[in-house]
Design a protein around this ligand. Structure first.
Ligand SMILES: NC(=O)c1ccc[n+]([C@@H]2O[C@H](COP(=O)([O-])OP(=O)(O)OC[C@H]3O[C@@H](n4cnc5c(N)ncnc54)[C@H](OP(=O)(O)O)[C@@H]3O)[C@@H](O)[C@H]2O)c1
Length: 199
């Protein structure tokens, strides 16, 4: 399969690329690095990316910035940023990508467990994640040509915890998270939210 991976240079995206390489043709996309770039908050850049890449069998999104800070400090701009990138950005990736995805192809988006298990500082992230999951459930019953859509909903990724100076033991290894994306691409599920490693 020809698989477009948005966020290919990130902690999760890199693991998804490794898990797919050798099994499928990977088309990596990032924000700034590499030959193919897009800005999730800019729908025109998403359209240009698809025109450049052409037909694909699957689209993975492992990107979508959010702002994590105490509720008393979260500004309207923080909510706007989180919704523009993680929620509307991923919705636009599906809307604008639909005509480039082959019959029986798939979209796999990223939410996160804060959608259903809140944590202090996570209000903007929770709203964006819940929106992604609601979008996936509703788009799944309408996408044409047998195209499927699912979300992977990770908890903390071990490598991210380590990067932030925390102990990685409480997190899910990126390689385990990546397997959930591979399952979504290669399997038959539609409209589901997959929690990798039983997060
Ligand atoms: N890591 C975790 O613990 C965790 C847990 C739950 C959910 N998630 C979700 O998983 C997704 C990926 O997280 P991550 O930790 O792997 O992220 P990350 O390491 O920060 O990587 C982000 C990726 O997205 C790209 N990117 C950044 N801004 C972008 C933009 N405006 N438009 C398009 N691409 C952009 C980056 O490209 P450049 O390299 O060019 O900047 C990079 O490839 C996010 O939605 C995050 O909320 C992560």
């Amino acid at each position: 399969l020809r698989v477009l991976v948005v966020g290919a240079t990130g902690v999760i995206g890199r693991a998804v690329v490794s898990a797919l390489e050798g099994r499928h043709e990977v088309v990596p996309v990032s924000h700034r690095a590499g030959a193919l770039t897009l800005d999730l908050a800019d729908s025109a850049s998403i359209g240009r990316l698809y025109e450049k890449v052409g037909a694909v069998d699957a689209v993975v999104c492992a990107a979508g910035g959010t702002r994590f800070r105490p509720f008393s400090e979260l500004s309207e701009e923080d909510f706007r940023f989180s919704l523009m990138h993680k929620l509307l950005g991923q919705i636009n990736l599906v809307r604008l990508g639909l005509r480039f995805v082959a019959v029986g192809g798939s979209f796999t988006l990223t939410s996160g467990t804060l959608s259903r298990r809140p944590s202090p500082g996570g209000a903007a992230v929770s709203v964006a994640n819940a929106g992604v999951e609601a979008f996936v459930a509703s788009a799944a019953i309408e996408l044409p040509r047998g195209i499927r859509i699912n979300a992977v909903s990770p908890g903390w990724v071990a490598e991210t915890l380590k990067k932030l100076g925390h102990r990685p033991e409480g997190g899910t290894p990126a390689a385990t998270v990546a397997r959930a994306y591979v399952e979504a691409i290669e399997g038959e599920t539609n409209g589901t939210v997959i929690e990798p490693g039983g997060a």
